[in-house]
Design a protein. Structure first.
Length: 115
């Protein structure tokens, strides 16, 4: 499993102290965790595009890559659950309580139109 964590300088402490160690405890090798740091303040959309360009230019990732924000708290079995999902689909691994309340959708694998 490969993971890119999108971060900004002021939240990098959380990524390094909590998020990466949590992923490693669940079996993800440190070499498979990439931290994309928006230290140039590009903003969310531009930084996202630049991270995708970087991945496509520098890595051959046949099995896909999970993208995590730097403000998530992963569940104790995140890696196990993520590994069970089909690797050729786009998976929305996060849903807020508003998804259920307002959009009336459930957790799990979603169609692209529902993400």
């Amino acid at each position: 499993m490969k993971i890119m964590i999108h971060s900004v300088p002021k939240r990098l402490w959380y990524v390094e102290k909590y998020l990466i160690p949590s992923l490693e405890e669940q079996g993800v090798l440190r070499d498979n965790i990439y931290v994309w740091l928006d230290d140039k303040n590009y903003g969310n959309l531009t930084s996202w595009v630049k991270s995708c360009e970087y991945i496509s230019s520098n890595y051959d990732i046949q099995d896909g890559i999970w993208h995590l924000q730097d403000d998530v708290l992963i569940c104790h079995d995140f890696v196990e659950r993520a590994n069970k999902l089909h690797k050729s689909n786009i998976v929305c691994g996060y849903h807020s309580s508003n998804d259920i309340k307002y959009l009336k959708v459930e957790y799990g694998v979603r169609l692209m139109k529902d993400i």
